[in-house]
Design a protein around this ligand. Sequence first.
Ligand code: HEM
Length: 134
Amino acid sequence: MTEPAAPTGPTPYESLGGQTGVRSLVDRFYDVMDLEPAFAGIRSMHPPALDGSRDKLFWFLSGWLGGPPIYAEKIGHPMLRARHLPFPIGVEERDQWLKCMSQAMDEEGIDTALQRRLAEAFFGTADWMRNQAG
Ligand code: HEM
Protein backbone atom coordinates (compact mmCIF):
# COMPACT_ATOMS: atom_id res chain seq x y z
CA MET A 1 0.00 0.00 0.00
CA THR A 2 1.29 3.48 -0.85
CA GLU A 3 1.93 5.52 2.26
CA PRO A 4 2.46 9.27 2.34
CA ALA A 5 5.23 9.41 4.96
CA ALA A 6 8.41 11.18 3.83
CA PRO A 7 11.86 10.17 5.07
CA THR A 8 12.52 13.58 6.61
CA GLY A 9 10.60 16.59 7.92
CA PRO A 10 7.22 16.65 9.64
CA THR A 11 4.80 13.80 9.07
CA PRO A 12 1.63 14.55 7.08
CA TYR A 13 -0.21 14.03 10.40
CA GLU A 14 1.78 16.91 11.92
CA SER A 15 1.43 19.11 8.82
CA LEU A 16 -2.35 18.66 8.92
CA GLY A 17 -2.44 19.89 12.52
CA GLY A 18 -2.42 16.57 14.35
CA GLN A 19 -5.57 14.95 15.73
CA THR A 20 -7.75 18.08 15.31
CA GLY A 21 -6.74 18.62 11.69
CA VAL A 22 -7.09 14.99 10.65
CA ARG A 23 -10.48 14.63 12.37
CA SER A 24 -11.62 17.83 10.69
CA LEU A 25 -10.56 16.52 7.26
CA VAL A 26 -12.45 13.26 7.83
CA ASP A 27 -15.57 15.11 8.96
CA ARG A 28 -15.37 17.37 5.91
CA PHE A 29 -14.90 14.31 3.64
CA TYR A 30 -18.09 12.66 4.91
CA ASP A 31 -20.02 15.98 4.94
CA VAL A 32 -19.10 16.44 1.26
CA MET A 33 -20.01 12.82 0.46
CA ASP A 34 -23.34 13.28 2.19
CA LEU A 35 -24.21 16.57 0.44
CA GLU A 36 -22.83 16.39 -3.10
CA PRO A 37 -25.00 14.58 -5.68
CA ALA A 38 -21.79 13.66 -7.57
CA PHE A 39 -20.90 11.28 -4.74
CA ALA A 40 -24.32 9.69 -4.29
CA GLY A 41 -22.99 6.43 -5.75
CA ILE A 42 -20.45 5.83 -2.97
CA ARG A 43 -22.67 7.48 -0.35
CA SER A 44 -25.29 4.79 -0.96
CA MET A 45 -22.78 2.06 -0.04
CA HIS A 46 -22.38 3.56 3.43
CA PRO A 47 -24.75 3.19 6.39
CA PRO A 48 -27.47 5.88 6.77
CA ALA A 49 -25.68 7.34 9.82
CA LEU A 50 -22.03 8.09 9.10
CA ASP A 51 -20.75 8.33 12.69
CA GLY A 52 -19.08 4.90 12.63
CA SER A 53 -17.54 5.52 9.21
CA ARG A 54 -16.15 8.85 10.42
CA ASP A 55 -14.55 7.27 13.47
CA LYS A 56 -13.03 4.36 11.54
CA LEU A 57 -11.56 6.53 8.77
CA PHE A 58 -10.15 8.92 11.38
CA TRP A 59 -8.57 6.06 13.37
CA PHE A 60 -7.08 4.61 10.19
CA LEU A 61 -5.76 7.89 8.75
CA SER A 62 -4.20 8.82 12.08
CA GLY A 63 -1.70 5.96 11.77
CA TRP A 64 -1.45 6.03 7.96
CA LEU A 65 -0.44 9.71 8.04
CA GLY A 66 2.28 9.10 10.60
CA GLY A 67 0.38 9.76 13.85
CA PRO A 68 -0.85 7.37 16.56
CA PRO A 69 -1.97 3.99 15.15
CA ILE A 70 -5.45 4.17 16.70
CA TYR A 71 -7.08 1.76 14.24
CA ALA A 72 -4.47 -0.94 14.87
CA GLU A 73 -4.87 -0.50 18.63
CA LYS A 74 -8.67 -0.58 18.63
CA ILE A 75 -9.43 -3.02 15.81
CA GLY A 76 -6.21 -4.65 14.61
CA HIS A 77 -4.68 -4.95 11.16
CA PRO A 78 -6.69 -2.77 8.74
CA MET A 79 -6.91 -5.46 5.99
CA LEU A 80 -8.36 -2.62 3.96
CA ARG A 81 -8.75 -4.46 0.69
CA ALA A 82 -10.55 -7.38 2.33
CA ARG A 83 -12.82 -5.03 4.28
CA HIS A 84 -13.86 -3.33 1.02
CA LEU A 85 -14.68 -6.57 -0.82
CA PRO A 86 -18.39 -6.42 0.12
CA PHE A 87 -18.62 -3.17 -1.89
CA PRO A 88 -18.33 -3.18 -5.69
CA ILE A 89 -15.46 -0.74 -6.35
CA GLY A 90 -14.49 0.03 -9.96
CA VAL A 91 -12.87 3.06 -11.60
CA GLU A 92 -16.06 5.12 -11.14
CA GLU A 93 -16.27 4.47 -7.38
CA ARG A 94 -12.51 4.96 -6.94
CA ASP A 95 -12.68 8.31 -8.71
CA GLN A 96 -15.72 9.44 -6.70
CA TRP A 97 -13.84 8.67 -3.47
CA LEU A 98 -10.74 10.54 -4.67
CA LYS A 99 -12.72 13.59 -5.90
CA CYS A 100 -14.62 13.70 -2.65
CA MET A 101 -11.32 13.67 -0.72
CA SER A 102 -9.81 16.34 -3.01
CA GLN A 103 -12.81 18.60 -2.45
CA ALA A 104 -12.55 18.03 1.31
CA MET A 105 -8.81 18.86 1.31
CA ASP A 106 -9.48 21.99 -0.74
CA GLU A 107 -12.28 23.17 1.54
CA GLU A 108 -10.05 22.54 4.56
CA GLY A 109 -7.52 24.93 3.03
CA ILE A 110 -4.73 22.37 3.03
CA ASP A 111 -1.50 23.59 1.49
CA THR A 112 -1.32 22.77 -2.24
CA ALA A 113 1.96 20.84 -2.08
CA LEU A 114 0.66 18.69 0.77
CA GLN A 115 -2.61 18.14 -1.12
CA ARG A 116 -0.66 16.90 -4.13
CA ARG A 117 1.43 14.55 -2.05
CA LEU A 118 -1.63 13.16 -0.24
CA ALA A 119 -3.66 12.87 -3.46
CA GLU A 120 -0.92 10.64 -4.88
CA ALA A 121 -0.89 8.42 -1.80
CA PHE A 122 -4.71 8.25 -1.70
CA PHE A 123 -4.71 7.26 -5.37
CA GLY A 124 -2.42 4.31 -4.66
CA THR A 125 -4.62 3.04 -1.85
CA ALA A 126 -7.94 3.69 -3.61
CA ASP A 127 -6.75 2.01 -6.80
CA TRP A 128 -5.60 -1.03 -4.82
CA MET A 129 -9.16 -1.29 -3.42
CA ARG A 130 -10.66 -1.85 -6.88
CA ASN A 131 -12.41 -5.21 -7.07
CA GLN A 132 -14.45 -4.73 -10.28
CA ALA A 133 -13.23 -4.63 -13.86
CA GLY A 134 -15.11 -1.42 -14.78
C1 HEM B 1 -11.94 3.38 -3.60
C2 HEM B 1 -13.12 3.83 -3.21
C3 HEM B 1 -13.67 3.54 -1.83
C4 HEM B 1 -14.97 3.23 -1.54
C5 HEM B 1 -16.11 3.15 -2.52
C6 HEM B 1 -15.04 2.99 -0.10
C7 HEM B 1 -16.19 2.63 0.58
C8 HEM B 1 -16.24 2.23 1.89
C9 HEM B 1 -17.42 1.75 2.57
C10 HEM B 1 -18.79 1.62 1.95
C11 HEM B 1 -17.05 1.44 3.84
C12 HEM B 1 -17.95 0.89 4.97
C13 HEM B 1 -18.34 2.04 5.88
C14 HEM B 1 -18.74 1.62 7.25
O1 HEM B 1 -18.59 0.42 7.62
O2 HEM B 1 -19.16 2.50 8.01
C15 HEM B 1 -15.64 1.72 3.97
C16 HEM B 1 -14.91 1.53 5.10
C17 HEM B 1 -13.63 1.97 5.27
N1 HEM B 1 -12.84 2.61 4.32
FE1 HEM B 1 -13.33 2.87 2.41
N2 HEM B 1 -13.81 3.17 0.45
C18 HEM B 1 -12.93 3.52 -0.56
C19 HEM B 1 -11.61 3.85 -0.41
C20 HEM B 1 -10.96 3.97 0.79
C21 HEM B 1 -9.62 4.50 0.96
C22 HEM B 1 -8.74 5.03 -0.18
C23 HEM B 1 -9.34 4.42 2.30
C24 HEM B 1 -8.11 4.83 3.05
C25 HEM B 1 -7.23 5.70 2.60
C26 HEM B 1 -10.51 3.84 2.96
C27 HEM B 1 -10.60 3.58 4.31
C28 HEM B 1 -11.65 2.93 4.91
C29 HEM B 1 -11.65 2.48 6.29
C30 HEM B 1 -10.52 2.62 7.30
C31 HEM B 1 -12.89 1.87 6.52
C32 HEM B 1 -13.38 1.20 7.80
C33 HEM B 1 -13.04 -0.30 7.72
C34 HEM B 1 -13.69 -1.08 8.87
O3 HEM B 1 -13.12 -1.10 9.96
O4 HEM B 1 -14.75 -1.67 8.67
N3 HEM B 1 -11.45 3.59 2.01
N4 HEM B 1 -15.17 2.22 2.77
